[in-house]
Design a protein around this ligand. Sequence first.
Ligand SMILES: Nc1ncnc2c1ncn2[C@@H]1O[C@H](COP(=O)(O)OP(=O)(O)OP(=O)(O)O)[C@@H](O)[C@H]1O
Length: 334
Amino acid sequence: MSSPAPTSDAPTGAAPQGAANSEVTRVGRGDVVIAARKLSYWYGQVIGVNDISIDIGQGVVGLLGPNGAGKSTLLKCLTGQLRPATGMATIGGQRVWNNAQAFSKLGFVPEQDAFYEEMSGRAFVTHLTRLQGFSKSDAATLAEEAIATVSLSEQAHRPIREYSKGMRQRIKIAQALAHRPRVLFFDEPLTGTDPVGRRTIIDLIRKLGDEGRTVVVSSHILHEVEAMTSDIVLINRGRVLADGNIYRIREMIDEHPHRIYVECEEPRKLASLLSAFEDTLELSFTERGFFVSTSEPDLAYSRIASLSVEHKLTLRALTSTDNDLSAVFRYLVS
Ligand SMILES: Nc1ncnc2c1ncn2[C@@H]1O[C@H](COP(=O)(O)OP(=O)(O)OP(=O)(O)O)[C@@H](O)[C@H]1O
């Protein structure tokens, strides 16, 4: 599996003027690629993001915060989809808002699906690549490469309406990669994926970061972000918690029981297998699955995956609720 090589016009550049450096959160390696200064956005009276100043270099950077923290709003401001109410965002030193040139340097994987369901995956990626200004044949070649990178070549002729959730995520990733941007944004890329799809996407994101791209990934699940990077920005109520030390956060989260939601064949059987372990603190059932509280989240995730394989209990969902993370954030900001 290979991913397209980045184009040569690598965007690096000076951060915009505005805030004193002491107020600026710095993440990622090397030169500043993405910069925001005093960035704010409101939805009427509701704060989306509030006075964010950040410099982001190369590699994978996790944007971590509970639901409603402002992650999607920040990503939309950084990618030029929303015009900030105040402040500005740049990529490679170029203002992002209303700037087609900056736009062609980035790839965006949105949280929501926005597909033409009848279109094949191949046609979807090719058409969007053409919109970046490539000729028909170049767009077709680039699309094919990107589709191979996400291991969907054999399913690319099928209409998207037939795709599973994981395949939909992967075809969205292919459209973001096809024009070979140096800068990529993923909004909650693991939502609804099964354990195998999750692993594939995590590995791909890590690889893109290792290749020297700047990859910003939002998530409300620490466990997921940690699997991709230790370079993490904490965001809550529209603000960056610059003083959030990730190791301390990890300790605090470990002190709180971690709640995992599982859907599988025969949920009661899997739950009863899990109940034998000391770190399983509580089990509660829903119509289609169950919640398990554990004091050892890392262990519990791998145990659930291996027990379901061993006992042939196909997993349909394995997600973390963000209750524990919200509790830690409330503690941090109070
Ligand atoms: N279109 C909208 N209209 C009004 N308020 C909005 C809109 N989009 C987001 N908000 C509000 O802005 C705040 C930040 O939301 P945002 O979606 O950026 O957070 P998030 O961290 O991405 O959360 P989630 O993972 O739940 O999407 C929240 O209070 C949210 O309710």
